[in-house]
Design a protein around this ligand. Structure first.
Ligand code: ATP
Ligand code: MG
Length: 697
């Protein structure tokens, strides 16, 4: 038989806290690599699960596997996403406290796959409430729908989520699933009208064209070939070998039925999707006097028909702007560029709002029925957060700024909750706490979000300021107001000289996870997210109920400026933080092993970078600050009692005394361990290893 030591050498340790040299990043990464080589993609840092994307199907997600993890304690079995799921579920049941699982990692690291596995675990293993036999199905089927409309092929991930998602799963007092609710964050709408090279628009467009039957495409006036649509070919890769749009179309169609969309609703939804494609093919010409007109009348009338609006009104609204000056309405023509951007703004607004409607509909389908709600006051919740990870692209814009800000907030939460819960555990167990030094990123959050002085406030002000404003004037404002901040840099040096490595259009933020240069081009437009008033007027008269629901009359009448994009995002994040703070968190940290989506390839540089910005080393240090290992008395006795004649086979005295007898017998020195009220804390991994080895001998 292989000795315990060599097994450990080969497959590494299943919990990083057991690493002797826990301060060494190299040791940490070597442990990950060894496990990855053996297809052991999961490893713990205490109760945090680290997951490395295998980029291949592993036989570890079957129903039998789910059964293995049910009700089994964390340390007795190999690390798994099911263990986190089960543990969270049991904590919710026994402590009667709401839980949440926060999944993070960069694009392609496996967050969405992890969240789906957690959901599947609950859907399969939890009892279902009689009233809602199909709830599990509906919860599961919400994924393909949201992915079709909110995911796209990017350079980094063939199925990249382009929105953030938080989902609550509600359980009744018996632990049966009862309902669900989804919150969505900042869909990357710009993708509707533009894609970078090698990327695609949202999946649904290609699925509809490839999978929709001839009759359907006829009613939508669509051709099957995606290359016929300008909005689908900006990235020059309408077809992707790893994706079957046709099959996925079938899955999505079925999912829409299961969730409870009526045939009429589906038709209206598809009308909207098709209308976006026709809008994209609506082209403008420029007259001799600089006036703009539409040269593709058929496309325009197709779009109008599918949007359920009057063709000539739409035409007028795409080429003219309505202004109110001194109480009088005036119509002014748009120039060519303005018309193009009005058209694109309409496509983005239509798609973005329809996506929100879709989430609303799904929520209605997952919602608690009134009568159940009233009979289950003791309901509890498990929240699942699958949100964009820290992002550094070649060219970083407004979207990356928002995404990275979101990650700063999550890091804040992590610091607060991890340190707090660690501290609480020492306190409840009556053990002295030793503080750990860590970088508190509050200073960066403030730089971004502080009222009046933060970057978002400055951006809003610049958008509202009358007169000539532009992205560069925003940058200059930033330099004036936050120029001296230690986490903010532009090409200007303090001594008045310029930093050559930076362009005049960039600012750099020193995020907790690394430096990112943001190009201010487009910041104002994206933050404004404006749709001309006359386009709104046309849309709120739509005969398509989805659209008349999405474009409200009040919006046109009410002249108040709606909240701008970044502020809206900031406020939704604040709410999210509140939701998460009220729950007990578990973490899944996902790592992408290589940039080529290949199985078996472990790119050390790439992994090291992620270990750094996921804060894993810090996490480990916090966890190890006091004691490497802790275990409840019962569990410790149960496992090691064969090593001590006094406790074997049954110990009938107090648990603490049994553990005392056991560790005395094993020769633990006083500095090696402490007994809390319900748990034993072991300071060094080697102590535990020696005990484990004794068990195997
Ligand atoms: P994004 O931020 O772009 O949405 P993500 O972190 O959600 O990225 P996923 O879509 O979950 O990434 O994963 C990317 C791909 O990696 C999946 O489509 C799948 O092919 C593969 N993958 C991820 N996790 C696993 C897993 N546990 N087993 C097998 N393959 C996986
Ligand atoms: Mg994803």
């Amino acid at each position: 038989m292989e000795s315990a030591l060599t097994a450990r050498d080969r497959v590494g340790v299943q919990d990083f806290v057991l690493l002797e040299n826990y301060n060494s990043e190299a040791t940490f990464i070597e442990n990950l690599r060894r496990r990855f080589r053996e297809n052991l993609i999961y490893t713990y840092i205490g109760s945090v699960l680290v997951s490395v994307n295998p980029y291949k199907e592993l036989e570890i997600y079957s129903k039998q596997q789910m059964e293995r993890y049910r009700g089994v304690s964390f340390y007795e079995i190999s690390p798994h996403i099911y263990a986190i799921s089960d543990n969270t579920y049991r904590a919710m049941r026994t402590e009667r406290r709401d839980q949440c699982i926060l999944i993070s990692g960069e694009s392609g690291a496996g967050k969405t796959e992890a969240s789906k596995k957690i959901l599947l675990y609950f859907a399969v293993t939890c009892p279902t409430n009689n009233h809602m036999v199909t709830l599990g199905d509906r919860l599961l089927q919400s994924n393909p729908v949201l992915e079709a409309f909110g995911n796209a092929k990017t350079l980094r991930n063939d199925n990249s989520s382009r929105f953030g998602k938080y989902m609550d799963i509600q359980f009744d007092f018996k632990g049966a699933t009862m309902g669900g609710h989804i919150l969505n964050y900042l869909l990357e709408k710009s993708r509707v009208v533009h894609q970078n090279h090698g990327e695609r628009n949202f999946h649904i467009f290609y699925q509809l064209l490839d999978g929709g039957d001839d009759d359907l495409l006829n009613t939508l006036n669509l051709e099957r070939n995606p290359h016929s649509y300008r909005y689908l070919v900006k990235g020059s890769c309408a077809r992707v070998s790893s994706i079957s749009d046709k099959n996925n179309w079938r899955v999505v169609r079925k999912a829409l039925d299961v969730i409870g969309f009526t045939a009429e609703e589906v038709q209206k939804l598809l009308n909207i999707i098709a209308s976006v494609l026709h809008l994209g093919n609506t082209l403008f010409g420029e007259g001799e006097e600089g006036e703009t007109y539409i040269i593709t009348e058929t496309q325009l009338s197709n779009a109008a028909k599918l949007l359920g609006v009057d063709g000539s009104a739409l035409k007028e609204a795409l080429t003219h702007k309505k202004l109110t000056a001194k109480g009088e309405e005036m119509i002014s023509p748009l120039n060519f560029e303005q018309a193009v951007s009005a058209r694109d703004a309409l496509a983005k607004a239509v798609y973005g709002r329809t996506f929100n409607w879709l989430v609303e509909k799904i929520n209605q389908s997952l919602a608690l029925k009134e009568e159940i709600y009233h009979s289950s006051k003791d309901a509890s919740v498990i929240g699942l957060l699958d949100i964009y990870g820290f992002e550094v692209l070649q060219h970083n814009s407004f979207e990356q700024f928002c995404i990275n800000y979101c990650n700063e907030k999550l890091q804040q939460l992590f610091i607060e909750l991890t340190l707090r819960s660690e501290q609480e555990e020492y306190e409840t167990e009556g053990i002295a706490w030793e503080t750990v030094q860590y970088f508190d990123n509050k200073i960066i959050c403030d730089l971004i979000e502080e009222k009046h002085k933060g970057i978002i406030s400055i951006l809003d002000e610049e958008c509202l300021r009358p007169g000539e404003t532009c992205d560069i004037s925003f940058l200059e404002k930033l330099e004036d107001i936050v120029g001296g901040h230690p986490h903010f840099i532009t090409h200007k040096l303090a001594n008045g000289k310029t930093r050559r490595v930076m362009s005049r259009e960039e600012f750099r933020l020193l995020h907790y996870a690394g430096e990112v240069n943001y190009n201010v081009n487009g910041f104002l437009d994206k933050n404004n997210d404006l749709l001309n008033r006359n386009l709104k007027e046309v849309m709120c008269q739509s005969e398509n109920q989805i659209l008349s629901h999405c474009f409200r009359r009040e919006e046109v009448i009410d002249q108040k400026r709606p909240e701008m994009a970044a502020s809206q995002f900031k406020n939704s994040l604040m709410k999210l933080m509140e939701i998460l703070m009220s729950k007990e968190p578990s973490y899944v940290r996902c790592i992408k092993p290589n940039d080529t989506k290949q199985p078996g390839r472990f790119d050390e540089v790439l992994v090291r970078h992620q270990v750094k910005y996921l804060g894993l080393m810090e996490n480990l240090r916090v966890r190890r600050a006091g004691f490497a290992y802790r275990r409840r008395f019962e569990a410790f006795l149960q496992r090691y009692k064969p090593l001590c004649p006094e406790t074997w086979p049954n110990w009938n005295g107090k648990l603490a005394d049994g553990v005392s007898a056991l560790v005395n017998h094993l020769g633990y020195k006083p500095e090696e361990y402490k007994l809390g009220r319900s748990k034993i804390f072991i300071r060094f991994p080697k102590t535990l290893f020696a005990t484990e080895d004794a068990l195997e001998a």
